[in-house]
Design a protein around this ligand. Structure first.
Ligand code: GLU
Length: 419
């Protein structure tokens, strides 16, 4: 019995294959990853005890290029969740128009309970364990939930030692001091803000003054809120595991980021109403909603409480397929994860291009490139959505994105002789 998350991703994939009229063989090929590595990572803890952590690297599909996708550190992550996430990366990278297949890594750990030394040992240990499978032209990891540029720095250092030379292109989203690009830090949230702005342009008559609620105030949520407020929107709710802050007059995002980064809890923000429920941000009166936390947040149980007209999925898989159907019935539109949150991996691609050429653009130039790609991708999908809808009113924007993404993978697999 697959995890609920994997089941939902497979359902989505199947729907894409059917709506696009692709042969069933395409589903057969994409419903299983090409390769899975399960590793154990022994770490000597500060108290002298040896703890062995379990980790994975799933290589889902390589038709379009090297595998690409982040590494998640989470206490509840399972191998099946990792397979689901790797599958989403295949779809995201194809839709993004970048030359990568999909992969994802995970370690079952709560990194918040580790000291810096333990976290470094774990990160280096995981990089060593997956070293035989990864490399700048084989499989290029990056951060995901609970991992960050410092962790990438330890990992790229470990890989460089094994290679006997510096290999900057083996990981992306590295610190600026170590071949990173300053845009990568905020790229996922920035990209999601561009997607939200373009969607608001088409469906709400513009972004100026539109009310936005953001669920999840990690890297994606913070920068999603920050850039949307810079673009003229009003952020009315933000949340993390500590609870929700609601202020219909608008939240000062920079102050909220400062509070979050200093105290770890968004609820310490000094103004607005505090609601003792992290999910309350999903239900407030808003025009645009960014579910930017984790998968399976908007479900049949709570979908009726959602008031926003446009849902921009900053997280991977936050809306279940059944809940999405209900949202469309209510007249809402969901900008799907593999379009909306692709800014992270698209920026990873730009960083990787810099790394393998040892040539670097400045921040402004890079951000402009990223913005153009996100904008074009949104409109490409939206056009397909409008075209498909005129024939079949029940299609979703996710269906249109799936068809475009699967088309590119299908053609590559076909010409390679895999299908
Ligand atoms: N973890 C991010 C994602 O889910 C980024 C992956 C990457 O940059 O490779 O898209």
């Amino acid at each position: 019995m697959a995890s609920e998350f994997l089941e939902n991703v497979l359902k989505t994939l199947k729907r894409g294959v059917e709506v696009g009229g692709f042969p069933e063989e395409l589903y057969t090929m994409l419903s299983k990853p090409e390769r899975i590595l399960i590793v154990k990572i022994p770490v000597r803890m500060d108290n002298g005890k040896l703890v062995v952590f379990e980790g994975y690297r799933v290589q889902h599909n390589s038709a379009l290029g090297p595998y690409k996708g982040g590494i998640r550190f989470h206490p509840e992550v399972t191998l099946e969740d990792d397979i689901a996430l790797a599958t989403l990366m295949t779809l995201k990278n194809s839709l993004g128009g970048i030359p990568y297949g999909g992969g994802k890594g995970a370690v079952r750990v709560n990194p918040k309970e580790l000291s810096m030394r333990e976290l470094e040992q774990l990160s280096r240990g995981y990089a060593r364990a997956i070293a035989p499978l990864i490399g700048e032209f084989k499989d290029i990891p990056a951060p995901d939930v609970n991992t960050n540029p410092q962790i990438m720095a330890w990992m790229v250092d470990e890989l460089s030692k094994l290679a006997g030379r510096n290999v900057p292109g083996t990981f992306t989203a590295k610190p600026v001091e170590l071949w990173g690009n300053p845009v990568r830090e905020y790229a996922t949230g920035f990209g999601a803000a561009v997607a939200a702005r373009e969607a608001a342009e088409v469906y709400l008559g513009g972004i100026e003054g539109k009310r936005v609620a953001i669920q999840g105030f990690g890297n994606t949520g913070q920068w999603h809120a920050y850039w949307l407020s810079k673009m003229g929107a009003k952020i009315v709710a933000i949340s993390d595991t500590s609870g929700t802050v609601y202020d219909p007059n608008g939240i000062d995002v920079e102050l909220a980021m400062k509070v979050k980064n200093e105290t770890k809890k968004v609820i310490n923000y000094p103004k607005g109403e505090k609601i003792n429920d992290p999910k309350a941000a999903l239900y407030v009166d808003a025009d645009i909603l960014g579910p930017d936390a984790m998968e399976n947040q908007i479900t049949l149980e709570n979908v009726d409480k959602i008031k926003a007209k446009i849902i921009v999925e900053g997280a991977n898989g936050p809306t279940t397929p059944e809940a999405e159907e209900k949202l469309y019935k209510k007249g809402a539109i969901v900008v799907p994860d593999f379009l909306a949150n692709a800014g992270g991996v698209i920026m990873s691609y730009l960083e990787w291009v810099e790394n393998i050429q040892w040539y670097y653009w400045g921040e402004e130039e890079t951000r402009q490139k990223l913005e153009n790609i996100m904008k074009n991708n949104f409109h490409k999908v939206n056009k397909k959505y409008q075209d498909m809808k005129s024939e079949k009113p029940e299609v979703t924007m996710r269906d249109a994105a799936l068809v475009l993404s699967l088309e590119r993978i299908y053609k590559a697999m076909k010409v390679r002789g895999w299908l």
